[in-house]
Write a protein that binds this ligand. Structure first.
Ligand code: SAM
Ligand code: GLN
Length: 270
């Protein structure tokens, strides 16, 4: 079988699972053969070995069962970075790149020095901020595997970040005074939401936050004396805007849109 033939059958197979079946087919081919996408296109008429073609079809079946491509290739992309990812750790979304931009703008405007990323997952937000500012950055998560992957990603980019395990502000309570800005893309999906089978393969701790998806915000802001004087920027789901106004009644809250025109982030000074 040639590369062209396997590419075509892979692409047709993946059409039922993905809107970008052609790209996914190339990424799978590249993952299994270790060849770059460009090289594969140059070798389109060459024969692919049987072991590789069998492995590719096996992975295509896994993909068709709803397993996200990023968990198969163990790579994801965020803010121009290629990050390691593994099953069990949330896959960064493109919307969250806007949260990084909002944070970097505020850091520059207010000359902020220390940032905490709560629920860091793969470390995506923390690493993008560390690499694009002069801030000292901390990242926390309740999930051991997330901390491990985040550390690996930070090391890959030589980003000096301290990752700590624990919920909300607990891991940093000894030096909270030092922190100027808290950023977070917390779990905010309602437990009654209808998610695709791909998203449901991601860890539920990273996604769900009670009936209305607002449990994380309620708990986070419950003891706001801890946050006095700090800036907070977080991601949320558009239908939660009124809840957030109510939860953040104590300060001036501003809302921002994502690149798809949806209201998606808020900033509050506590
Ligand atoms: N920041 C990453 C990103 O944007 O790609 C991951 C975001 S994911 C939606 C939410 C993360 O928060 C998960 O990694 C989850 O383990 C973590 N998490 C959930 N509840 C938490 C809590 N109470 N305290 C700290 N982290 C929490
Ligand atoms: N945007 C995610 C989704 O695709 C949810 C992210 C989150 O809960 N922080 O459902």
């Amino acid at each position: 079988m040639t590369f062209r033939e396997i590419y075509k059958s892979l692409r047709d197979l993946l059409r039922s699972a993905s809107e970008s079946a052609g790209t996914e087919a190339l990424l799978l081919l590249s993952h299994v053969t270790g060849m770059t996408k460009e090289r594969i296109l140059l070798c389109f008429e060459d024969q692919i070995d049987d072991i590789s073609s069998e492995r590719i079809l096996e992975l295509a079946r896994l993909r068709l069962s709803g397993f996200p491509l990023q968990y198969i290739t163990k790579k994801c992309y965020f803010y121009g970075l290629e990050l390691d990812i593994e099953d069990g750790v949330f896959i960064p979304r493109v919307e969250t790149e806007v949260l990084v931009d909002l944070a970097l703008d505020l850091i520059e405007r207010e000359d902020l020095k220390t940032v905490l990323d709560v629920g860091t997952g793969s470390g995506a937000i923390a690493i993008a901020i560390a690499l694009n500012s002069h801030c000292k950055v901390y990242g926390t998560d309740i999930h051991e595997k997330a901390i491990y992957i985040a550390q690996r990603n930070a090391k890959k980019y030589n980003a000096e970040i301290t990752f700590l395990k624990g919920p909300f502000l607990e891991p940093v309570k000894g030096f909270l005074k030092e922190i100027d800005l808290v950023v977070s893309n917390p779990p905010y999906v309602s437990t009654s939401a209808n998610l695709s089978k791909e998203v449901l393969k991601e860890p539920s701790n990273a996604l769900f936050a009670g009936k209305e998806g607002i449990d994380f915000y309620r708990k986070f802001f419950a003891d706001r004396s801890l946050l006095k004087g700090k800036d907070v920027i977080m991601e949320f789901s558009p239908e939660q805007v009124d809840h957030l106004r109510e939860i953040c009644f104590f300060g001036k809250i501003s809302f921002f849109h994502d690149q798809f025109g949806k209201i998606r982030f808020f900033h509050v000074k506590v």
